[in-house]
Design a protein around this ligand. Structure first.
Ligand SMILES: *Cc1c(COP(=O)(O)O)cnc(C)c1O
Length: 418
């Protein structure tokens, strides 16, 4: 984009009052105060349109999909498969058969580790994983390492919480088979240059899996521009329900992979006399009855994001983050962890003389929900010498006033704890 085009383009705007009106939960009180929900990196709240889709499914066309020949089964199948096409558009994938529905990001990564990993990795092969990964993008690889003798190498992180790309480049050898990295860190909010990382992986003859659990809610995703081989996200972090998620994989890779779980839906014919044959992709990877209502509701969540505008959401969260960062920086003895120049709406911090857990418990009394703990990223926190942080994370419906309530609340509870 030219500089001129950037300057003359209107900033995408967001009508926060209208956004808030879509979320019934935001009217509730906690300990007699209005809820200030700042735990969006753990799970986001759900707009009424998504809740209605859920109720509509169970109230009108609940039926198992794919095998039925009756009207309800047809309607449920159509809605389920339309969501697959919707997710394809959302990720800019080439074909809808590159979209596999899972229970979430964790199951998507385990699918790759088990189906792709077991078929393609042997002892001595190397998988590169960054120090800032969520446990769900570490442990599946460690399980494989234990069983197959695969070697895990760790991409280092500097003291701002930024991946060291030069060191990353040095880690490649002729045994490197896969890079597994998050697009956005859930613990610190760092946005990683996954496009560049994919190019480096491919130059070295390796594949790349991108954990997009924290990216999908905040920025437009284009799996083809990234050139990701696999890309995963969860519905419940992008204004959808729990229990559904997505694994994108390039068609050629999916086709060459054996199934992971066996069961109904994923077969062509089953026999005791002849070899059982499998369905084509994506159904080969969707054994058993999927989370039908949850997947259909995910489609509505993506529609909600598209109507609101992902650029507008990302820009608004950037304002909230800047306001919160400025506010907490005035608190004595507070240290922000994760100071990367490129960050999504996550603010992680520790405070001298006050335990993260105590801060979290006390600020809950003021109606403010933040997360405290290791955020499923113990290796990253260990590097910074802490075992827990406080984390405030922002979504489209948060306001500058809520950030002020957080900052005032922190002043109060830290004062009580010292
Ligand atoms: C939440 C999260 C996961 C795990 O997602 P689930 O929905 O719990 O499966 C993985 N990676 C990142 C970066 C996350 O934020």
């Amino acid at each position: 984009m030219t500089e001129l085009a950037t300057r003359t383009m209107p900033l995408p705007s967001l009508d926060v009052a209208a956004v808030r009106a879509d979320f019934p939960i935001l009217t509730r009180q906690v300990h007699g105060r209005p809820l200030v929900y700042l735990d969006n990196a753990a799970t986001s709240q759900t707009p009424r349109q998504v809740i209605e889709v859920f109720a509509d499914y169970y109230g009108r066309y609940n039926a198992n999909i794919h095998r039925g020949l009756h009207t309800l089964a047809d309607e449920a199948t159509a809605a389920f498969e339309e969501t697959r096409e919707h997710v394809r558009r959302f990720l800019n994938a080439a074909e809808s058969r590159e979209i596999v529905f899972t229970r979430g990001t964790t199951e998507a990564i385990n699918l790759v580790a088990n189906a792709w990993g077991r078929a393609n990795l042997v002892a001595g092969d190397e998988v590169l994983v960054s120090r800032m990964e969520h446990h769900s993008n570490i442990v599946p690889w460690q399980l494989l390492a234990r069983e197959l003798g695969v070697v895990i190498k760790v991409i280092p992180v500097d003291d701002r919480g930024v991946l060291d790309l030069a060191a990353y480049g040095e880690l490649f050898t002729d045994r490197t088979r896969l890079v597994a990295v998050n697009h956005v860190s859930n613990a610190f909010g760092t946005i990683n240059p996954v496009r560049e990382m994919a190019a480096m992986a491919h130059d070295a003859g390796a594949m790349i899996l991108v954990d997009g659990a924290q990216a999908a809610p905040h920025q437009a995703i284009d799996v083809r521009a990234i050139d990701a081989d696999f890309y995963a996200f969860s519905a419940h972090k992008v204004y959808g329900p729990t229990g559904a998620g997505v694994l994108y994989g390039k068609a050629s890779l999916f086709e060459a992979m054996p199934p992971w779980q066996g069961g109904g839906e994923m077969i062509e014919t089953v026999s005791f006399e002849e070899p059982t044959t499998f369905a084509g992709i994506p159904h080969k990877f969707e054994a058993g009855t999927p989370a039908i209502a949850e997947v259909i509701a995910l489609g509505e969540a993506l529609a909600w994001v598209e109507r609101t505008g992902i650029e507008a959401i990302g820009a608004w969260e950037g304002r909230l983050l800047a306001h919160a960062t400025a506010g907490v920086s005035r608190i004595d003895g507070l240290r922000i962890l994760g100071t990367a120049p490129d960050k999504a709406g996550v603010l992680s911090f520790v405070v001298d003389g006050a335990h993260a857990q105590d801060i979290g418990l006390l600020i809950d009394q003021l109606g403010v929900a933040i997360r405290t703990g290791h955020h499923c990223a113990q290796p990253l926190l260990a590097q910074f010498g802490v075992d827990a942080t406080c984390r405030a994370s922002f979504a489209a419906y948060n306001t500058l006033e809520e950030v002020d309530i957080l900052v005032d609340g922190l002043h109060r509870v830290i004062g009580m704890l010292r």
